[in-house]
Design a protein around this ligand. Structure first.
Ligand SMILES: [Fe+2]
Length: 196
C-alpha cells in the first residue's frame, strides 16, 4: 500500500494570474478650450430665465432636445466626435451614430439625484460647465447584479472591492460611460445653500 501523501501542505498554484472580465470603462477628458463652458452656461441660464424647462427650489432642467439648438452645436459636435472615439474603442460596426437626448441641469450645490441608468442608449455622458466649491460628486455604482450582496470589511479600498466611484465636478471635464452603469449625484458639502 503506498504511503499517504504528505506534501499537500506545500501545494500551491503556479502561473497565477488575474483576468479582469467584463470591465466597465469610464472615458474622461477635458475640453481644449474652457470658454465653451461659459457659452453653454450662458445658454442654459437664458433657457432658465425664459422658463424653458422644469424647475423647483434646488433644481432646473432644460428640455431634453437641446442638442438640436444652434447655440449647442459646438457641444453636440464635440459629443459626436468624442463618442465616435468611444465607439471605435468598442470596435462597434456602424454607418453613423447620433445623440438621442441632451439636457442641461442647473442645481444647488447640495442637490442630490438618486442612482439611475439611461435605458435604450449605448453611451451616456456629462460635461461639467461650472464647478462651485464643494459641489456634490457624481457617483458611479457597480453595474453587476448581486455583486454587492456581501460586503465584507476590507483593509483597503481598490477597484476590485469598491462598489462606488466618485468624480468631483471640474469645469471642462467630460465623462462618457456605457449607459448600463448606474450613476447618481451625491450631496455636496457646500453649506451656503446658494440659490439657483
Ligand atoms: Fe443620468
Amino acid at each position: 500500500m503506498p504511503a499517504a501523501p504528505n506534501s499537500w501542505t506545500t501545494m500551491e498554484l503556479k502561473e497565477r494570474q488575474v483576468i479582469t472580465l467584463f470591465p466597465s470603462p469610464l472615458f474622461v477628458g477635458k475640453v481644449s478650450d474652457l470658454t465653451i463652458c461659459d457659452r453653454i452656461e450662458a445658454t442654459l441660464r437664458a433657457m432658465k430665465k425664459a422658463g424653458e424647462g422644469t424647475q423647483d427650489e434646488t433644481f432646473f432642467m432644460t428640455r431634453d432636445d437641446i442638442h438640436k439648438r444652434p447655440e449647442m452645436k459646438e457641444l453636440s459636435d464635440l459629443v459626436l466626435s468624442e463618442s465616435n472615439r468611444v465607439l471605435d474603442f468598442y470596435r462597434i460596426k456602424r454607418q453613423s451614430h447620433y445623440i438621442t437626448d441632451m439636457w442641461g441641469n442647473i442645481t444647488n450645490p447640495n442637490h442630490r439625484q438618486a442612482l439611475h441608468i439611461h435605458p435604450n442608449c449605448l453611451l451616456s455622458g456629462i460635461i461639467y460647465v461650472t464647478s462651485p466649491p464643494d459641489s456634490g460628486p457624481t457617483q458611479f455604482g457597480d453595474p453587476r447584479p448581486g455583486a454587492r450582496m456581501l460586503e465584507p470589511a476590507v483593509t483597503e479600498m481598490n477597484q476590485f472591492n469598491n462598489g462606488q466611484f466618485l468624480v468631483a465636478p471640474d469645469k471642462g471635464v467630460m465623462l462618457m460611460w456605457p449607459s448600463f452603469m448606474p450613476h447618481a449625484v451625491e450631496r455636496g458639502r457646500n453649506r451656503t445653500h446658494e440659490h439657483l
